[in-house]
Structure formats: structure tokens, C-alpha cells
Ligand binder design. Structure first.
Ligand code: SF4
Ligand code: SF4
Length: 90
């Protein structure tokens, strides 16, 4: 499982940077082509959904996705052969 931000939808409101308990979303620093400061992802493999959603078979957090007013955040499964990175924090 991976988190992605759809740059074509994101308007840089930074609500996701406030809500994530792991501070995975960090305020963007460089404007994109549309002048939007799209947040950066800091070690997204720490996300509870990315780590444990398959194991428990349900959404475990999803605050970022629920908060985003533009539906710019999505979770997707890795493609076959794509590296799966997992991080566990105590
Ligand atoms: S699902 Fe929760 S832990 Fe994962 S990135 Fe979103 S807010 Fe952070
Ligand atoms: S909440 Fe959505 S629109 Fe706002 S900065 Fe985050 S991804 Fe972009």
C-alpha cells in the first residue's frame, strides 16, 4: 500500500499536514507548474494504513484522506515487482 497525492487536484491547503498523527505530510517548499505548494511525504511507509491495512483488512486511519477537501490523497497497491517498504515505529 502506498500513499499518493494527486498534484492535479491538490491546492496546497495543508490540512493533511495538520491531521496526520505521524506527520507524514510536510508543507511543500517548491511550487509546481500551477504554483501550488504540494505537501511532501516524509517516510510514508510509516503510515498505519500502508503497514497494516492488508493484515487487518480494514482502514486503520485515513484521517488525511477524510480531511482533504479535494480528494487528492489516495492509497494504491504496489504493482507486481514494485518494492514494498515498511517501517515500524515504537
Ligand atoms: S492514513 Fe493516517 S497515518 Fe496514514 S498518512 Fe493518512 S493521516 Fe497519516
Ligand atoms: S489536504 Fe489535500 S488539497 Fe490540501 S494540501 Fe493536502 S493533499 Fe493538498
Amino acid at each position: 500500500m502506498k500513499i499518493e497525492i494527486d498534484e492535479s487536484r491538490c491546492k496546497g491547503c495543508n490540512l493533511c499536514t495538520v491531521g496526520c498523527p505521524y506527520k507524514i505530510f510536510q508543507a511543500g517548499k517548491k511550487p509546481n507548474r500551477k504554483g501550488v505548494l504540494v505537501p511532501l511525504l516524509d517516510r510514508p511507509e510509516r503510515c498505519t494504513n500502508c503497514r497494516l491495512r492488508h493484515l487487518y483488512g480494514r482502514v486503520l486511519c485515513g484521517v488525511c484522506q477524510m480531511t482533504c477537501p479535494d480528494q487528492a490523497i489516495r492509497f494504491r497497491d504496489e504493482k507486481p515487482g514494485e518494492t514494498v517498504k515498511v517501517a515500524i515505529e515504537y
